[in-house]
Design a protein around this ligand. Structure first.
Ligand code: NAD
Length: 499
């Protein structure tokens, strides 16, 4: 590897890099390791925690409206620097500029929500709950809290976490994905320019070694995690065992039901973007289309096959491309391995995206859009989350059968039904065992003023991410009951429980 930049950490407002260990950061379109990222040691993470701990007393006592003003300035800086952020996302993640812009916009919406901190933190008040007695609940910050984030949304997912945590009065340690850390780090640096005091926001790059310090150090009061299910489960169990509040969002297998009465043209258009956008590397990607009845299935496969001919896979900086490479060579091998396993286990590969030729990018980690028909529940490609541009079609006879498939799957992140029948749609949304439901909406990612979270093994914890649940996650309730007796009035001792 040639001499390359080493991406360090942001601690107490300064860039730091004293670590011995590093890891290559690839441009997935060229397949070249263009940079290196420092992997934080225990000492580096502890340095970040100490900085956050030192910043906490003053930040906690900063009025909520002043904390919110930092977020107003931060939002403007994100918009002014959007091109740089999207370029950094493209160079390390590979997603096309329009997709990166969409991700950034959804992150900015979380910042906008955080700007409402004075309203969000007003608490609850009841006057005269007893003679001369008032009662109120307030929401106090937890202290130093941590976020651990995945590679697939290096801008948006961190912004599900730190803007809200910070306006609630906490100090934050972020451990981004080591595979595409630059856009995340750049965004965090903008916070300083927005006027955030040093130490309130810190970024440590690294791997398991850094994560394990965040999970064990008693100064960390809460951990938000987004990533794959095995790691989410580990994070949740370890954080809980160490007495920390934790929300850990995991993997997914999102099904779309295609009802016989669906507007098929619309369903196909929606499925194209939801299955292949961002190379299928979205936790809300629709990766399974369950067609009710052979007629619907045949029409779906036929129209998808035609529409997929127009898709173009390529590098991030050509906006005419629909999606880019997957994140690593190992991930490309894994995705293509699942396509092969589906074929071996009896499914039909209708459109085969293995080993696509992308001119000028022969060493990139590309997988073309793939359509597989005749998938059945026991196939490995159905059981696992593939996280690639692969749409699998399953054929069932009834809507009940389709819903049973979804309810039986270990994941329960997102789902969607395509139909013109309001009664069927209502029954579906009432009874499906999934956290986020779309009705003719393929990617039902909740807006910033609702909350995001799956069911079953897609989320470990009680509170969903961002929105109202985010405020609850990053605060602890304190309830104060106060009496100021009228002058001259004295009460005698009472041994009955106060009522
Ligand atoms: P990942 O689980 O490999 O990594 C996520 C984070 O955990 C990274 O910061 C990584 O450094 C850290 N990590 C990895 N191995 C670890 C270990 N052994 N111990 C401690 N920390 C470890 O996930 P990824 O590949 O970066 O992201 C893709 C996954 O994330 C997919 O499964 C996707 O569905 C999921 N995801 C879920 C959501 C959601 O909201 N539910 C959103 C985005 C992504």
């Amino acid at each position: 590897m040639n001499e390359v930049n080493v991406i360090g950490h942001l601690i107490n407002g300064e860039m730091v890099n004293d670590d011995v260990r590093t890891q290559a950061v690839f441009n997935p379109a060229t397949g070249i390791a263009e940079k290196k990222v420092a992997l934080a040691s225990k000492q580096t993470v502890e340095q970040a925690i100490s900085a956050a701990q030192a910043a906490f007393p003053a930040w906690r006592n900063t009025p909520a409206i002043k904390r919110a003003r930092v977020m107003f300035r931060f939002k403007e800086l994100l918009e002014q620097n959007a091109d740089t952020i999207c370029r950094l996302i493209g160079e390390e993640h590979g997603k096309i500029s329009h997709d990166a812009a969409g991700e950034l916009q959804r992150g900015i919406e979380n910042v906008e929500y955080a700007c409402g901190a004075p309203e969000l933190l007003k608490g609850e008040h009841s006057k005269n709950v007893g003679p001369n007695i008032d009662c109120w609940s307030e929401f106090q910050p937890l202290g130093v809290v941590a976020g651990i984030t995945p590679f697939n949304f290096p801008a948006m997912v961190p912004m599900w976490m730190f803007p809200l945590a910070i306006v609630c009065g906490n100090c934050f340690i972020l451990k981004p994905s080591e595979r595409d850390p630059s856009s995340t780090l750049y965004i965090a640096q903008l916070l300083k320019e927005a006027g955030l005091p040093d130490g309130v926001m810190n970024v440590v790059n690294g791997d398991k070694e850094a994560v394990d310090v965040l999970l064990s150090d008693e100064r960390i009061k809460a951990v938000s995690f987004v990533g794959s299910t095995p790691i989410a489960e580990y994070i949740y169990a370890t954080a809980n065992a160490n007495g920390k509040r934790c929300q850990a969002l995991g993997g997914a297998k999102n099904h779309a039901i295609i009802m016989p009465d669906a507007d098929m043209e619309n369903a196909v258009n929606q499925l194209l973007g939801a299955a292949f956008g961002s190379s299928g590397e979205r936790c809300m990607a629709l990766s399974v289309a369950v067609a009710v009845g052979d007629e619907a299935a045949d029409a779906l496969v036929e129209k998808m096959t035609v529409a997929m001919k127009n898709l173009s896979v390529g590098a991030h900086d050509n906006a005419s491309n629909d999606f880019g490479p997957v994140i690593t060579q190992a991930h490309k091998d894994k995705v293509e391995g699942y396509i092969t396993s589906a074929q071996t286990q009896g499914a039909k590969i209708v459109v085969d995206g293995r080993q696509p030729q992308v001119k000028g990018y022969e060493n990139g980690f590309f997988v073309g859009a793939t359509l597989i028909d005749g998938v059945t529940p026991e196939m490995d490609s159905y059981v696992a989350e593939i996280f690639g541009p692969v749409l699998q079609v399953m054929r069932v006879k009834t809507m009940q059968e389709a819903m049973q498939l979804i309810n039986d799957h270990e994941y329960g992140n997102g789902t969607c039904i395509f139909t013109r029948d309001g009664e069927a749609a209502r029954y579906f949304s009432d009874n499906i065992q999934v956290g986020m439901v779309g009705i003719n909406v393929p990617l039902p990612v909740p807006v910033a003023y609702h909350s995001f979270g799956g069911w079953k093994r897609s989320l470990f914890g009680d509170l969903h991410a961002y929105g109202p649940d985010g405020v609850r996650f990053y605060t602890k309730r304190k309830t104060i009951t106060q009496r100021w007796p009228s002058s001259g009035v004295r009460e005698g001792a009472s041994f009955a429980f106060p009522s």
